[in-house]
Design a protein around this ligand. Structure first.
Ligand SMILES: [Zn+2]
Length: 725
């Protein structure tokens, strides 16, 4: 079929009347109009039509196709007899099929949440024949800020998972129970506050490790089980019984939900240390202990459903993560029958400790990671993947996963993963390389053999306009550079903190190289400024280029002490300005670039001092309090270190020496020739000196605080400062 300006009135868009098909119709109408200059009407007895979904005229065509092997959200586009038919097995199939039609036949590109490329065409040409598209996994997502927040962009990337935005009004119900978090949520099942006094044996409370970690509460997963891993009927109230009752309640609360996550706490080692857990771990391994627990829960739920005359058709999901990542497999077989997951149990494999400089199955990948891939494939077909694509302490640092993103996707397809989620920087936007990876992933999810280099080039050229060549050259150079690092044996961890890790060290990145990158991206910005584009277009491209520029700036600022012998104020100012211009507020998962002190009356910020304040410290505290009070109306409360409890040092400005800063210094900070030291990172600010604490606070006020966005607020910039003696 060929539709153009001369014949478009002969065509209408026919739907099956469902909200999802109606939505797909509007998307088609809008993009076709934008591209071709004519708007197709709704079907009203025109000679020809594009049919969406299970419309009356599509029934015969649909009957000739098998919809059971479309991996839930795949679709067909059939063009025949002057009409076109888009259909599949689920409401999202129709929407995704409509997007395929726009991409394939009009060249539309859904690049990012702020950019759809719609080329001008004379006509819409859909040749006779049929297309069948099947995603590699039934559920799939690149978890970035936009894919969770921007429904339209998320749908246009054909994402679908627990974190994607609600589509109830389109007749699409979430497959997941999302009234509780779908990650580390065990506390939602067995609340610590409710049971800590009556059943302290339920919990292992992992006390804080002074810095950047919170108190973690993990449960005793042998509580409620016999030594044989069966439900212990002699115990009335146990972790297992309470968790199972909660699960039952959630399942009854949302009967349409299919997947229910029960997720362990997020910590490297918060395992219960009781004797029974130790014994269980010896027998079943770490994750095996968790599987035994979940299997017992599944068995009981099946029984509870049966008692109500219902079939247990729900899916339980649990993590293979951190200490529970090793599959309980030996010599190609499960270590015992108890560790074989119940048929209702899905394993969410999250290899966070893998080497992310290379593919998971690369021969130089960590041996344990390769073993895990193999082991989980042996143990179960109910697999979900959760992988990682940025460094979580430094989102802005170049993190090279493009070179093997396709290989990993092929691994997941081969493993038969039901769900693939690639986590990026999900709590901040824009992180330029995250958006790029989201785009590339969105294509690989539907074609695991897609040409990644071509996708990157396409994205760069359309997204950065006149600055595209510079960005492309930058990506090429950084990828080659990181390839070289990898060959030299550098391992890239997504959890490596940028201080002191080889991958982040100044020696690897000569200042001249970073400055050349800086200049090159700036040249891209000049190219946009000097182009004939409209102001609106220029502003959009410049903002995007600035989002790239912040990466070399970040890399310079982070190691400024080494490059310049001291922090470089000019570079810091530039970095902060760019962050402000593009609206990036976090440089890591829990690392704000600006921390805001607002006068909303219940600020959680506080000043923490040592137990015995010196006169200078008292003076410094008063100086800061007065300054903040004057600017925001907030009188920061002062706590002494003996009043500190776990987590309390969050949102704190620490002045002078105290127990916490002492621990910090023990981690290797040499301040012997400094007159003061300031670090503002995460949610803590350290303002400290043996010699000049008043000077330190003054320097902090001068350099680190800027006017906040609200009328009576201040923003504290993340920074590191050293005063030279
Ligand atoms: Zn225990």
């Amino acid at each position: 079929m060929t539709i153009d300006k001369t014949n478009f009135l002969d065509y209408g868009i026919l739907t099956d009347g469902t909200p999802s098909a109606e939505f797909a119709k509007e998307e088609l109408q809008n993009f076709i109009e934008k591209s071709c200059g004519f708007r197709l009407g709704a079907y009203d007895s025109q000679p020809h039509y594009i049919s969406l979904g299970n419309s009356d005229y599509a029934k015969d065509i649909i009957a000739q196709h098998d919809l059971s092997d479309l991996n839930e959200e795949g679709f067909y586009i059939v063009s025949k007899g002057g009409n076109a038919y888009v259909f599949g097995a689920s409401p999202k199939s129709v929407i995704f099929g409509a997007y395929e039609l726009l991409e394939k036949y009009l060249g539309v590109r859904f690049l990012a949440s702020d950019c759809c490329h719609t080329p001008k065409q004379n006509r819409l040409d859909i040749p006779d024949g049929e297309i069948k598209r099947v995603p590699i996994s039934a559920q799939r997502l690149y978890l970035s800020h936009f894919s969770c927040e921007d429904r339209l962009a998320s749908l246009r990337h054909r994402f679908s998972a627990d974190f994607t935005p609600d589509c109830c009004d389109l007749g699409i119900k979430s497959k997941w129970y999302t009234k509780i978090p779908t990650s580390h949520n065990s506390n939602c099942f067995v609340p610590y506050e409710k049971y800590k006094d009556s059943h302290p044996e339920f919990f292992n409370v992992h006390r804080y490790e002074l810095f950047r970690t919170l108190t973690v509460i993990e449960m005793c997963y042998s509580n409620g089980l016999t030594d044989d891993g069966e439900w212990d009927e002699s115990v009335e109230t146990s972790v297992l019984s309470v968790a199972t009752d909660s699960m039952m309640k959630f399942m009854e609360d949302e009967p349409s939900a299919e997947f229910f996550m029960f997720g362990r706490a997020d910590n490297e080692d918060c395992r219960c240390r009781c004797k029974r857990c130790e014994r269980a771990r010896e027998k079943y391994g770490d994750v095996g202990t968790m599987i035994v627990f979940m299997n017992a829960m599944a068995k009981k739920l099946r029984q509870k459903f049966a008692e109500k005359g219902k079939v247990f058709d729900k899916k339980l999901v649990t993590f293979a993560y951190m200490s529970t990542v090793e599959p309980p497999v030996k010599d190609g077989k499960p270590i015992c029958k108890q560790v074989i997951p119940d048929e209702s149990l899905y394993i969410r494999y999250a290899p966070i400790l893998a080497d992310y400089s290379r593919a998971l199955e690369d021969e130089k990948q960590k041996e344990e990671t390769r073993r895990q891939i193999e082991g989980w494939s042996i143990l179960t077909k109910n697999l979900m993947i959760w992988d990682y694509n940025v460094n979580y302490y430094d989102y802005l640092w170049y993190f090279p996963t493009l070179s093997f993103i396709k290989q990993n996707m092929q691994t997941y397809e081969r493993m038969g993963a039901y769900y693939v989620m690639k986590q990026g920087a999900n709590n901040v936007h824009p992180i330029w390389h995250d958006d790029l990876k989201a785009y590339v992933s969105s294509k690989l999810f539907w074609d695991v053999n897609a040409d990644v280099d071509a996708l990157v080039r396409e994205y760069a050229s359309l997204y950065f306009g006149p600055g595209a060549d510079k960005v492309q050259a930058y990506i090429d150079e950084m990828e080659a550079f990181c390839e070289d690092l990898k060959n030299k044996g550098f391992c890239m961890s997504v959890t490596a903190q940028s201080d002191g890790q080889p991958y982040f060290s100044a020696e690897l990145y000569p200042l001249e190289t970073l400055q050349r990158h800086e200049k090159s991206i700036e040249d891209g910005i000049y190219a946009v400024e000097n182009s004939n584009l409209s102001k609106e277009e220029k502003d959009a491209y410049i903002k995007r280029l600035k989002s790239v520029l912040i990466t070399p700036l970040r890399m310079i600022v982070k190691n400024a002490q080494t490059y310049f012998g001291e922090p470089n104020v000019a570079y810091e100012e530039k970095y902060w300005q760019i962050a402000d211009d593009i609206g990036v507020t976090m440089s890591g998962e829990a690392v704000p670039i600006f921390m805001e002190l607002a006068s909303n009356g219940d600020t959680t910020y506080k000043i923490i001092t040592g137990q015995n304040q010196t006169e200078e410290e008292k003076q410094a505290v008063a100086l800061l309090q007065n300054y903040v009070l004057e600017k925001t109306g907030v009188l920061l409360p002062v706590h002494t270190e003996n009043a500190i409890y776990p987590g309390h040092f969050e949102h704190a400005i620490m002045i002078g020496k105290n127990l916490i800063t002492n621990e910090f210094y023990k981690q290797g900070l040499d301040l012997s020739d400094c007159s003061y030291y300031i670090e503002a990172q995460g949610w803590c600010v350290f303002v400290d000196s043996d010699y000049d604490v008043v000077g330190a606070v003054q320097a902090f006020i001068d350099l680190c605080l800027k006017q906040g966005k609200g009328e009576r607020s201040l923003e504290i910039k993340s920074c590191k400062r050293v005063g030279k003696r």
